[in-house]
Design a protein around this ligand. Structure first.
Ligand code: SF4
Length: 473
């Protein structure tokens, strides 16, 4: 489901190094494939080996860039970003990439995730709270502070270009806590880093014509014709430049603790993304299969809430042998973003986005499959809408466990008091939602559907945060 009553994504990152090839259009295509991860602003930084040029603005990728803008961005290495704000205001200043120039150097940073020690880091360098506009901005500041004033000696004879950026990044990430999948660039190299828990995805691909691509999700590699090589490991830093690619492991082994966000599988990632060596669509379908064994119900039709509830609904129908059908049509011209400041306008948003297929549902007992419930306001409104359109019963089945805790790792969620599952028990939730029955997938079944027992963050479902969360968050 793609309404405000969902955890909301927090950015997509893309980077490309393609020697001798103009990459602004490739970067546009990559960002376009990552649009679902953030729709507030978009931007790219491009280098022609002389200087780094940044272009960014508020809006969707296709609104920010046009042919003329792309033609004005020469260069064969670039990073790009699509943003959904989780820290910092939604304004141009916080759009990314963030750029800094230090003496003869210029570099740019694009970030997916949220730091959990932003305030402590800012205090350490004497910044007052109001001076930090976002955690990404602070990161750029920390890196800039570590740039040498003069060109330093090479730390690695095989990599001369970009050495200042590589050294500074390697130092700064030792102090960062929380979630960051980063791409950085100067005039010569791309640097890609994933935090030691690997909360947010980041993968590496190779262009047939030569060069490398980094992206939050694999469809961004597909669209630019890059072959998937592998995911960047948690705690790994990979540098791409004229020398090819080079991998670094800057953290102590004891710090590495893989905790990929389990909601990437449930909702955030595109269904055609590959994560942990499998297509997300298949995992969602299996979630539906397991879900059908939880609280079985007699019904006439299984339907999914468009779009992200659909694969699980297919799995549910397959396993339960209840026919699958479409009960809601989504207005395909409305983007994924919907930010309503108050609950009453959020309710009307459901009607703007979804409309029932009355002939398909009249008189039917429906199993309605969705991926998650956060506040519950839109789900409640949708149940009412289906019943008003003629459904005789609505049985809600949710392909993830109850969402009870806020996220601090780059996903925008309301505070605990607004999370339906934190306020109510199962029967109270069912009553509030006006559903005839309600069931959620269990955590063991969710893990089984994904095919891995460990290696996930599930803090929003369990309250077990993998990193220390200070009270100031
Ligand atoms: S708290 Fe939830 S949404 Fe946030 S990273 Fe962990 S699993 Fe993902």
């Amino acid at each position: 489901m793609t309404l405000a009553d969902k955890p909301e994504e927090a950015c997509g990152v893309f980077a490309v190094y393609a020697p001798g090839r103009k990459v602004a259009n490739l970067t546009f295509d990559g960002l376009y494939a990552l649009q679902h991860r953030g729709q507030e602003s978009a931007g790219m930084a491009v280098s022609d080996h002389q200087s780094v040029t940044v272009y960014k603005n508020m809006g969707l990728v296709s609104h920010v860039f046009d042919d003329r803008t792309l033609a004005s961005l020469p260069g064969d290495l670039a990073i790009g970003h699509t943003r959904y704000s989780t820290t910092g205001a939604s304004n141009w200043r916080n759009a990314q990439p963030v750029y800094r120039s230090v003496g003869p150097y210029g570099f740019a940073v694009a970030h997916n995730g949220n730091l959990t020690n932003t305030i402590a880091l800012a205090e350490k360098i004497g910044m007052l709270p109001g001076m930090v506009s976002s955690d990404s901005d602070l990161m750029a500041e920390l890196i800039a502070m570590r740039f040498p004033k003069d060109k330093p000696d090479s730390v690695d004879p095989s990599i001369k270009p970009g050495e200042a950026l590589i050294d500074a990044t390697m130092e700064v990430i030792q102090d960062l806590e929380g979630a960051y999948s980063l791409v950085l660039m100067d005039s010569e190299v791309i640097v890609a880093v994933r935090d030691p828990s690997g909360f947010r995805p980041l993968c590496l691909g190779k262009l047939e014509a030569g060069g490398y691509v980094f992206a939050s999700e694999t469809p961004a590699l597909d669209v630019v014709g890059a072959r998937f090589i592998r995911e960047i490991d948690p705690g790994e830093m990979v540098v791409a430049g004229a020398f090819g690619v080079k991998s670094y492991h800057p953290f102590l082994k004891s710090k590495i603790d893989p905790k990929l966000c389990i909601f990437e599988f449930v909702y955030f990632a595109r269904p055609d993304s590959r994560l942990l060596d499998q297509e997300v669509h298949g995992a969602r379908r299996r979630m539906g299969i397991y879900l059908s064994r939880t609280l079985p119900v007699e019904a006439d039709m299984v339907m999914g809430v468009p779009d992200s509830g659909v694969p699980a609904a297919e799995g549910y129908a397959y396993e339960s042998k209840i026919p699958y059908g479409q009960g809601l049509v989504k207005n395909r011209y409305i983007g994924r973003t919907f930010i309503s400041p108050d609950p009453s306008s959020r309710v009307s948003a459901v009607r703007r986005k979804l409309n029932p297929l009355s002939e398909n549902i009249t008189g039917k007992r429906l199993v309605v499959v969705d991926d998650s419930i956060v506040r519950g306001t839109t789900t409640r409104s949708m149940v009412k809408m289906l019943k008003a359109a003629g459904a005789s019963e609505v049985h809600l089945r949710i392909s993830s466990p109850p969402y009870k805790w806020p996220c601090f790792y780059g996903i925008n969620t309301p505070s605990r008091k607004d999370l339906l599952a934190a306020k109510y028990d199962m029967e109270e939730m069912r009553t509030y939602l006006e559903a005839d029955s309600l069931a959620f997938l269990s955590l063991p079944d969710l893990r089984a559907a994904i095919g891995f027992e460990d290696g996930f963050c599930d803090a929003c479902l369990t309250g077990n945060y993998p990193t220390f969360i200070s009270i100031e968050n």
